[in-house]
Design a protein around this ligand. Structure first.
Ligand code: ATP
Length: 275
């Protein structure tokens, strides 16, 4: 399942959001993209999923440049790389299982969608996925009645309905408390390990990237400034990624960096600065 990102650039006017990014992934991995606000992380994920068009470059998946896809092929690609967002993006007044079933919309006709007619086997599959994520008993409730952590698991279930090869998660735990953040990250890690799906997650805190990812990509001002295993993510490297001065005022990351300064990595991790 090789993914090759080649010289990808995105400009908004004169602002370069993503600047000539290249990297490749040979086998399914769990990859964390870290960097301060505005580093280009979201824009990058949105280009992979084709929510935003790149200005230059190629993103090859299994040999094909997905940036060239149009129409049906593009929609098929978008279901192969399901996206999860910080704000869950569920339909709040709709029940949980219908929200999950919306993950199948790409392959259903408008008519069945309008009348909410879901095939029985899809309903069973949706409940099975909810069960796997530990929230099957929430299936009949409205999405808005669930906690943030539960809602994010519903969003993961909706993504899994698409049977994606890649899961793109844009700050999946940024709105969650540490306990729910852990539940959601554990779920993503399990999905990666058990199903062999590639997970690429934009993460705000170093600790989370260290703890859950096989590989960390550090972005600064649109460029990749670090790409390696979490063991190589020293405090000095982290400072380089986040920028020496300003980033230290950013609450969550500065907490992580302070902990890294004061304690060995394991201790910092136990301190649970997860969200
Ligand atoms: N639709 C847009 N129009 C104009 N500029 C944009 C747009 N989207 C992003 N940008 C700019 O691109 C740059 C990268 O933004 P992006 O959201 O990708 O960063 P990020 O690392 O994901 O930050 P955050 O963690 O705050 O979401 C920023 O300078 C941002 O202002």
């Amino acid at each position: 399942m090789p993914l090759k990102v080649e010289e990808v650039t995105k400009r908004f006017g004169r602002n370069i959001a993503v600047d000539n990014v290249s990297f490749s992934v040979d086998k399914p991995a769990m990859i964390g993209i870290i960097g301060r606000s505005g580093a280009g992380k979201s824009t990058f994920l949105r280009m992979v999923n084709r929510l935003t068009d790149a200005c230059e470059g190629r993103i090859r998946f299994e040999g094909e440049n997905v940036l060239e896809y149009k129409g049906k092929r593009k929609r098929a690609w978008q279901s192969q790389c399901a996206m999860i967002f910080q704000q869950f993006n569920l339909v709040p007044r709709m029940d949980v299982v219908s929200n999950v079933l919306h993950g199948t919309l790409n392959r259903r006709s408008t008519l069945t969608t309008v009348f909410n007619l879901f095939p029985r086997e899809d309903i069973h599959r949706a409940i099975g996925i909810l069960d796997r994520l530990g929230i099957a008993e929430q299936a009949p409730k409205r999405a808005e009645a669930l906690s943030g952590g539960q809602q994010q698991r519903v969003a993961i279930a909706r993504a899994l309905m698409q049977d994606p090869k890649i899961i793109l998660a844009d700050e999946p735990i940024a709105s969650l408390d540490p306990m729910n953040a852990k539940i959601v990250m554990d779920a993503l890690r399990r999905i990666h390990e058990e199903d062999g799906r590639m997970v690429i997650a934009n993460l705000h805190t170093l600790d989370t990237a260290r703890q859950y990812c096989d590989r960390v990509i550090g972005m600064r001002q649109g460029q990749v400034v670090f790409d390696g295993p979490p063991t190589e993510l020293s405090t000095a490297v982290a400072r380089e990624i986040y920028g020496a001065d300003e980033s230290f005022s950013e609450a969550s990351t500065s907490t992580s960096l302070d902990l890294l300064d004061r304690a060995p990595a394991g201790l910092a991790r136990q301190a649970g600065v997860a969200a």
